[in-house]
Design a protein around this ligand. Structure first.
Ligand code: ACO
Length: 204
């Protein structure tokens, strides 16, 4: 497997893969020439022919960059990666390239798209639907029947109450409590959540 990215988020993904114990990291690739190693793995800066047959995980936390890279790569994304301490219902579906970090839970009848991140200690309740490239940050709680659109980032410790629809490319601030629907691109903070601005469609 190729791990794309050698940042802090990549450390957590490499640790997850090592925890599964399948020792399947062949290469770590990052375009920053200053980064030469990560958690004992050498970092490559260019793709070679041998790499093009391997499946990959994108270990980059930024949702837009993850989406762009997934569109560019011709190899196959890996199957979902689930930390051994995470609990994922056998009645839920995770799509390719998605990672479920340590101590997270996914309850039944959940549908999670491609290249999502369910970060450490997050909780995704029954009947939730997450589209592609969503990031649920550490400790966030997504209650039952919530829907979250493509590319949305739910900040650390945020809570989304049951049945709420959250649009695409939304940012939910750390610690926010979301009690009603949120439109596309909104940035919402506080308890109860209020819109403070709208995201542009840049990488950062
Ligand atoms: C493993 C990991 O680390 S995963 C990473 C997890 N990351 C996160 O959880 C980060 C989530 N990000 C945030 O909460 C950010 O503060 C954002 C995205 C909501 C806003 O960031 P910015 O766009 O830089 O906004 P900025 O800092 O200028 O704040 C704008 C206003 O919102 C307020 N605000 C910002 N964040 C929050 C928040 N989480 N809760 C309440 N108010 C907030 C600020 O106090 C400020 O208010 P003011 O205008 O009255 O002074």
């Amino acid at each position: 497997m190729i791990v794309y990215g050698a940042s802090g988020h990549a450390k957590v993904i490499i640790d997850l893969i090592d925890s599964i114990g399948i020792s399947s990291i062949d290469y770590v690739v990052d375009d920053n020439p200053d980064v030469t190693s990560i958690l004992g793995y050498k970092v490559e800066h260019k793709l070679s022919g041998a790499m093009t047959t391997l499946d990959y995980i994108i270990a980059i936390g930024n949702n837009r960059i993850r989406q762009r890279l997934a569109g560019e790569l011709e190899q196959k994304p890996c199957l979902p990666l689930v930390h051994p301490t995470a609990v994922v219902s056998t009645h839920s579906i995770l799509d390719v390239g998605t990672v479920v970090m340590a101590s997270s839970s996914v309850n039944p009848s959940v549908k999670i798209g491609k290249h999502c991140i369910l970060n450490t200690g997050s909780l995704v309740e029954h009947d939730v639907e997450l589209e592609d490239f969503v990031h649920i940050s550490p400790g966030a709680v997504v209650a039952g029947n919530v829907k979250i659109g493509t590319g949305t980032h739910v900040g650390a410790g945020a809570v989304i109450i049951p049945g709420v629809n959250i649009g695409k490319w939304v940012t939910v601030g750390a610690g926010a409590v979301i009690i009603k629907d949120v439109p596309d691109n909104a940035v919402v903070v506080g308890n109860p959540g209020r819109i403070i601005k709208y995201n542009s469609n840049k990488d950062d």
